[in-house]
Ligand binder design. Structure first.
Ligand code: ZN
Length: 95
């Protein structure tokens, strides 16, 4: 039987204020670069499934690695591209 040491609970002064040093920096899973640029995946919605019956182009904003172009983890979810890109990779970030 072991008792876990209780950490003293800090009372947050302002709930909206966060210390970015406590936040995880997302790095490229391919090259470890941490600078990302905004990119768009363009999805073409066919007239059959489009709500207004017309073909539509839908831009999906993602962040891609400024070094190698790899899209950051999690941004491809729901875009229909996750299977292609994650084919031989496993997510390295476990949030
Ligand atoms: Zn990269």
């Amino acid at each position: 039987m072991s008792t876990k040491p209780m950490k003293p609970l800090k009372k947050p002064n302002a709930q909206v204020q966060v210390d970015l040093r406590d936040a995880e920096t997302i790095k490229c899973s391919s090259c470890n670069n941490y600078l990302f640029i905004t990119s768009f995946i363009l999805k073409r919605l066919s007239a059959i499934v489009s709500p207004n019956g017309q073909e539509a182009l839908i831009p999906v904003q993602v962040y891609s690695c400024g070094n190698c172009g790899q899209v950051a983890e999690g941004f491809l979810e729901g875009s229909g591209l996750e299977e292609e890109i994650k084919s031989d990779k496993f997510p390295s970030l476990d949030i």
